[in-house]
Design a protein around this ligand. Structure first.
Ligand SMILES: Cc1ncc(COP(=O)(O)O)c(C=O)c1O
Length: 423
């Protein structure tokens, strides 16, 4: 039996069946845009380990940072001790966030009200996207002393019980896990919902009891749905009117994925809480929840995690951010445009592609049916291209931000010549 078959057999026997693997890829190693399976077969990776290996697989600067840090200190727990890489990362995140949102305007009538004051952003460190969302739920309640939350249909915010209460992407993710957090209200992810929320505020949701609205700048798992500029603008106005925190889930859209450091920058609003994970540390486990210092006003002991903000993950994040700022965000913007153009060309040739959408290197196409989508992904895999689905009938393209135009050309020609033409 070959190595891959042997491992797949053991996986079936010993690993939780809750994971959803679209094809039997057993990865052995990775190098920038490529991964290699245990039998040595090469694949061009347009998934980046679900939009996470932002700097490509095993970028040498990130690997070096991991090596250097792991020779010095692997763990000490930021819950009880201080260490350099976590502090330096928090300082860097403040630089990034306060450069974008330097003056904080808070017109709410809360006791912590500050109008036009200078902001220092503080960061809470954890291990994953879901944990960053959990932290934001807790901080929003703690700071506002309000219980209710609003989120959107199609949203994916993670699978731990708090985050899952906000998630509304696929019923299989929620089925048999109730009761979840009570009084989380979901609305469709579109401009018309602003009127619905306003009307709900008059009938069944007391707006001054809403702690936060959680929103993805662009919906990820829900189908790479890009809302209108006005959607975020109007939603933001509502939050200012009622003193509700605007929490942006930048777990997938953040760290350069959309051609800007944060997805919400495309929509001109100033978030109150920013959640990050995935691309921030090039694949090392790290989640971050950042907020202006007077919002992050919880007391010692109110929230923490043993492994959160591990020294190695923080060192990897610092190296990652350096690469993002130096060239990769720019490449994401440029290659994103190139990728969308090429996919639009393909859509012109094959009527089974209905739509191309996205920003930066967060791009998706919609096809006619779920069956067709799954077949395309399968056939691409058999021909050395890694893709993933999202939403009901979409295929997403979220390669490492290092991708080059000729690698996009290679992927497109496999889709054209081998995948689409053969139908
Ligand atoms: C927008 C968004 N939020 C939250 C999460 C959850 O992150 P994690 O899987 O690291 O818990 C994801 C993961 O796909 C995501 O895309």
């Amino acid at each position: 039996m070959d190595k891959k078959k042997e491992l797949l057999k053991k996986d079936k026997k010993y690993v939780s069946p809750s994971y959803t693997r679209p094809y039997p890829l057993v990865v052995n190693s990775g190098n920038n845009m490529y991964v290699y399976d245990v039998n040595g077969k090469e694949y061009l990776d347009f998934t980046a380990g679900i939009a996470t290996c932002s700097t490509g697989h095993c970028h040498k600067s990130v690997v070096q940072a991991i090596k250097d840090q792991s020779e010095k200190l692997i763990h000490m727990s930021g819950t009880d001790f201080y260490y350099e890489s976590q502090i330096l990362l928090a300082e860097k995140l403040n630089e990034i966030l306060s450069k974008r949102w330097p003056v904080y305007k808070w017109p709410g009538k809360l006791k912590h009200s500050r109008l036009g004051s200078k902001t220092v952003w503080k960061s809470y460190f954890c291990n994953s996207g879901a944990e960053a969302i959990e932290a934001a739920i807790k901080l929003a309640r703690y700071h506002t002393e309000r219980p209710l939350m609003i989120a959107f249909q199609g949203a994916f915010h993670g699978r731990t019980m708090g985050a899952l209460s906000l998630t509304a992407s696929k019923t299989v993710q929620k089925s048999k896990f109730s009761p979840l957090l009570p009084q989380v209200f979901h609305f469709p992810y579109k401009l018309e919902s602003i009127y619905e929320i306003e009307s709900a505020f008059k009938s069944y949701i007391p707006p001054r009891e809403v702690a936060a609205i959680f929103v993805e700048p662009i919906q990820g798992e829900g189908g790479y749905v890009v809302p209108t500029y006005e959607f975020h603008q109007r939603l933001y106005e509502l939050t200012r009117k009622y003193g509700i925190l605007y929490v942006v889930d930048e777990i997938q859209t953040g760290m350069g994925r959309t051609g800007k450091m944060f997805g919400i920058e495309h929509f001109g609003v100033k978030p109150d809480i920013v959640c990050m994970a995935k691309g921030i540390a090039s694949g090392m486990p790290l989640g971050v929840m950042s907020a202006p210092s007077y919002i992050m006003n919880w007391k010692p002991g109110s929230h923490a995690s043993t492994f959160g903000g591990n020294p190695i993950s923080c060192a990897a994040a610092i190296a990652t951010i350096d690469l993002l700022e130096n060239e990769l965000i720019e490449n994401s913007k440029k290659m994103g445009e190139y990728l969308r153009d090429k996919l639009k060309g393909l859509a012109g040739e094959f009527s089974s592609i209905r739509r191309v959408r996205g920003k930066g290197l967060m791009v998706a196409i919609t096809v006619h049916s779920i069956e067709l989508r799954d077949k395309i992904i399968q056939k691409a895999y058999e021909n050395g291209i890694l893709l993933l689905g999202c939403g009901e009938d979409s295929i997403r393209f979220c390669p490492p931000l290092t991708v080059k135009s000729w690698q996009i050309d290679t992927m497109i020609s496999v889709l054209r010549d081998i995948v689409f033409r053969s139908w």
